[in-house]
Design a protein around this ligand. Structure first.
Ligand SMILES: [Zn+2]
Length: 265
């Protein structure tokens, strides 16, 4: 594994609900023998098992608490505590403030709080949070999604991967993505002219909370990313349309985060 410093497997990239053949947002980032489940959108726990069992994960990282990015934490909890998995210790889980209570609020069915902390060792993210997961260095930045939300940079062996999470274009994401080898950037919004449905309610009238494909390309260009993967493409566009629109604003290679695809960074 050490000859492969950084690898991205796309577990799913659909929004805001899974397709028959594409779960919601979720990725497995691995390198040097360490494995991090990045976003746990609906359906990604199933796809994850093509690569790793829950007890083989070194950490979970959650960008924000919209269901299409975290809902499979609920069934992962059942897997971790009430099935065939025997965790040596709770799985380190990095997520927005309030993550543990949000899980417990859903999972608890009696007067006794479900033991979320037995499945997950939760650390709340803050802007600039850094942690090492084995050979992987993780840096989180607060981004602009109308709610607590984070982007992630993973570095190992001199290579770097940046994931936008969900966000409008913002300086924090561009800074985080500076000179990265691969930018995995959402492109949910078809643009203000689109009559298509929104993925999520906007926090206020006209407040942008997502990238358009053009903005994903512009963010990649501004950050001098080597390569762009568009993901979380809204249903008002096809992935091919999103790639073409992004590529008009970024000179480097652009592709879509197809479910099941893997990329060596
Ligand atoms: Zn979101």
């Amino acid at each position: 594994m050490f000859d492969e410093p950084l690898r991205l497997a796309v577990l799913g990239s659909a929004t805001p609900y899974p397709s028959a053949d594409n779960p919601c947002s979720g990725y497995l980032v691995s390198g040097g023998g360490a494995r991090v489940w990045v976003d746990a959108g609906t359906g990604t726990l199933g796809a994850l098992q093509r690569h790793a069992r829950l007890d083989e994960l070194d950490a979970i990282w959650i960008s924000h608490l919209h269901a299409d990015h975290c809902a499979d934490l609920l069934t992962a909890y059942y897997g971790a505590l009430y099935a065939d998995i025997r965790l040596a210790a709770p799985i380190p889980l990095y997520g927005p403030p309030g993550t543990a209570d949000r899980l417990a609020d859903f999972l608890t069915n009696t007067a006794r709080r479900s033991p979320v902390e037995s499945a997950f060792a939760v650390t709340e993210l803050s802007d600039g949070h850094r942690v090492r997961v084995g050979p992987l260095a993780l840096t989180s930045r607060a981004v602009d999604h109308g709610m607590p939300a984070f982007a992630l940079r993973v570095e190992a062996g001199g290579r770097s991967l940046v994931y936008s999470g969900d966000t409008a274009p913002c300086a924090a994401l561009t800074e985080l993505a500076e000179d990265c080898d691969l930018l995995l950037c959402e492109a949910e919004s078809a643009g203000p002219e689109s009559a298509g449905p929104r993925a999520e309610p906007a926090p206020g009238a006209g407040d942008p909370v997502h990238h358009t494909p053009e903005q994903a390309g512009a963010t990649a260009a501004a950050a001098r990313a080597a390569r762009l993967l568009v993901t979380h493409v809204g249903r008002a566009m096809t992935p091919a349309e999103a790639v073409a629109r992004a590529a008009a604003h970024f000179a480097g290679p652009v592709a879509h985060a197809d479910p099941g695809a893997t990329f060596t960074v």
